[in-house]
Design a protein around this ligand. Structure first.
Ligand SMILES: [Zn+2]
Length: 276
């Protein structure tokens, strides 16, 4: 099997203006249109997991991209006013607008994966300290989004090991410190169980918070404890294409704003990956 796919990452809380350079909503809308014009197909991320497990026709993934949204802010699915920057069309709304405008055949497999934080208490603290304290990292939309089919709800850890959280006796603000069986159990398994209760489906993909991972979680926990975590692939944020040779427990991803800032930049970045 051989293929080259690219996983793109957007953050719906990245709103600092109205330009593709400073607004991930503007970027997503422009990128979807540019990718489609360039003949690049969007496919669900789970299809990449199928291919890496040898269950799918990997060749059909060549030159495709996947969309992923990190942190699960309500801006993923709800049109809301972003303080200082006005009403923002949600990521899900942008996908629906695209389908309405260009028809279902323009991107027949249009789909995105939202990586959400499981712990409600942690989300409240992060929301209060790093967002606006308005309850905008909620979970009331997970079940409906999952059922509607355009968006999969997957695992971004129990609490992101976020620097806003206490107790500070734990090494916060990174994910390389998650390097023991117990820490992995909480961040992956407890998170998966909690997300499943609220989304209606147990997650099977994990995105490392901060894109960081310990050797233990990559090389021991994920490969050896599949019967416990039920996960099929884990994703970091090292930029690069996904190929048959990629490490299934640390798949590369490109991040909007860091790796590209315009649709032209994105196509250039994908050049080798999307050339069929
Ligand atoms: Zn994150």
């Amino acid at each position: 099997m051989s293929f080259s796919n690219a996983i793109l990452t957007y953050h719906s809380q990245n709103v600092g203006g109205a330009d593709t350079r400073n607004n991930d909503h503007t970027a997503l809308r422009a990128d979807l249109e540019a990718l489609t014009r360039a003949g690049v197909r969007v496919v669900p991320l789970r299809r990449v997991a199928d291919a890496l497990e040898g269950q799918a026709d990997a060749d059909t993934l060549n030159g495709t991209v996947c969309l992923s949204f990190d942190d699960g802010c309500d801006f993923d699915v709800l049109d809301m006013d972003y303080p200082g920057h006005g009403l923002q069309r949600s990521f899900l709304g942008i996908m629906r607008d695209f389908q309405a405008r260009f028809g279902p055949e323009a991107q027949p497999e249009l789909h995105a994966t939202a990586f959400v934080i499981a712990s409600e208490a942690a989300r409240k603290v992060i929301d209060a300290r790093s967002l606006f304290g308005k309850g905008w990292i909620s979970d009331h939309w997970w079940r409906q989004a999952e059922a509607a089919g355009l968006l999969a709800i997957e695992n971004h850890g129990w609490d992101h090991n976020h620097p806003d959280l206490t107790p500070a006796d734990q090494d916060r603000g990174g994910f390389t410190s998650i390097d023991s069986a117990e820490a992995c159990r909480v961040q992956v398994e407890l998170a998966a169980e909690t997300i499943a209760e609220r989304s209606g489906r147990r997650p099977e993909l994990f995105a490392y918070p901060f894109g960081e991972s310990s050797a233990y979680i990559r090389e021991q926990y994920f490969p050896q404890f599949a019967h416990r975590h039920g996960c099929r692939a884990a994703l970091g944020t090292k930029p690069g294409p996904v190929t048959a040779a990629s490490d299934r427990w640390n798949l590369p991803r490109y991040v909007c704003g860091r790796d590209w800032t315009t649709p032209e930049g994105l196509l250039k970045l994908l050049g080798p990956a999307v050339s069929v």
